[in-house]
Design a protein around this ligand. Sequence first.
Ligand code: SF4
Length: 178
Amino acid sequence: MQMIIYLFSIWANGESKYGDVVPAGVLYMPSGEKYINANRNIDNENLKNENNKNNKLKGFVLSDSVIIESMEEGKKKIFIPASLDKENKPTGNVLTIGQIGVLKEKIDSILKEMAEELLKGNINAYPVKGKDYEHTCEYCDYKDVCNIEEYDKRKEIKDRDFTEISTTMLCKDGEENG
Ligand code: SF4
């Protein structure tokens, strides 16, 4: 959620510095070691293709063909998770400006709720768990302060695709707040 908060902060407050601000999307590359599972005799071209699959960015892009083409030229998009179909319409991980606005409202309300809870003194440790989150607390410097125990509740993070996440986030009554 962090990068989306940055984006929305600039959208709401960036006019004096950047002029008219329109969010064009959020893209990020997850960190961590990536390995290619390939035959040892793989040729350079295929090796490059396999490697590019690992370099696909995550996130979403504004549903605008000019923006998409400006982010990555060419019919086949290797790095951004959006492209243009045969009729030049945006497809993939795209959101309209209206949908981005709904997302902003949702995130603003989550942040407000979090701030209110903090003001009430509710700062319970509530770490995440799930695929890629098995070691959340293992190397944390605050472990001795927060006193988390093995049996304490954790927030389950599920591996979901963009459609599933955006449908939940854009649903006004959705429960997603991770
Ligand atoms: S050990 Fe660190 S990451 Fe885990 S719950 Fe406590 S503060 Fe959060």
